[in-house]
Ligand binder design. Structure first.
Ligand code: G5P
Ligand code: MG
Length: 242
């Protein structure tokens, strides 16, 4: 089963600049972050930039689940009906998958996207890994709803595009592989509304839980171009402090 995205690159603390197309920030310690934000807030987009700039692995629960759905694996079969309906996949399935992936990754820096998603998952994660920072993306719902309508995804890698924001070079095709892009089933307007409601219900307590531990930094805005420079500056400071 393929569990990591193409965006992931092996990383073990130091990373030689020559191995990456873009400049990589040099740092010495393992750094683990969680990125939190409503559906369509830009977690995948910001994570992709973190991967390019800092060389962290990007571990996205949604990407892993969607890859399993297209592979028609047992996990994918179990997860599909929940994802398509905008509901959470049962905790036991997701935590087992994510804890397995975190264990497999070992001593590497990573950014977790989509996990944890409720208090029970946050508790399990805290027993398995020390999290150094939580990046909270606070994007208004009206912005999200208009973005998601234009999202096109390359499911095998998790790469996302958006018409008018980051268009694919060839319409409907992934830039790297040339494979077709698809629209996610759960991006239908009624499912998005449900996902946003669920997010507000469940993530408040998770953010409060991390907030009590002094880990949350919130980045508020309407566009990735204003948020990304702030996240980048924040991480540059952080990676050299842990
Ligand atoms: P996911 O996959 O975790 P969500 O709902 O948390 O899904 P999603 O939808 O993947 O999050 P995102 O990653 O936050 O959104 O956003 P993105 O894809 O980067 O950006 C959205 C769009 O906006 C893209 O097209 C992007 O190009 C564009 N964009 C970004 N910035 C800008 C900008 O500045 N301007 C413009 N115009 N566009 C921009 O979870 C999916 C499902 O999996 C299950 C659940 O069923 C869930 O609903 N699941 C879990 N279930 C239980 N527990 C867990 N831990 C689970 N994790 C996943
Ligand atoms: Mg995503």
């Amino acid at each position: 089963m393929r569990r990591s995205c193409d965006r992931n690159r092996p990383h073990n603390g130091h990373f030689a600049q020559s191995q990456q197309k873009s400049p990589i920030i040099m740092y010495t310690k393992i750094f683990r972050a969680v990125i939190i934000g409503a559906p369509g807030s830009g977690k995948g987009t910001i994570s992709e930039r973190i991967v390019k700039t800092f060389g962290f692995l990007h571990i996205s629960s949604g990407d892993i689940l969607r890859q399993n759905i297209i592979q028609n694996s047992d996990l994918g079969k179990k997860a599909k009906k929940y994802i398509d309906a905008g509901q959470l996949v049962p905790d036991d399935i997701v935590t087992q998958t994510m804890v397995g992936r975190i264990t497999e990754v070992g001593n590497k820096s990573y950014i977790l996207d989509g996990f944890p998603r409720n208090g029970a998952q946050a508790e399990i994660l805290s027993a398995r890994a020390q999290i150094d920072a939580v990046i909270n993306l606070d994007i208004p719902h009206d912005v999200i709803i208009s973005r998601v309508k234009n999202r096109w995804t390359h499911i095998p890698s998790g790469r996302v595009y958006n018409i008018g924001f980051n268009d694919p070079k060839v319409p409907g095709k992934d830039n790297k592989t040339g494979e077709p892009l698809t629209q996610r089933e759960d991006d239908k307007p009624h499912v998005v509304a449900k996902r946003l409601q669920l997010y507000d219900e469940l993530m408040g307590p998770v953010l409060a839980w991390y907030g009590e531990r002094g880990l949350v930094t919130t980045f508020k805005g309407r566009e990735t171009k204003e948020i990304w420079p702030r996240v980048e500056r924040f991480l540059k400071d952080k990676v050299n402090m842990v």
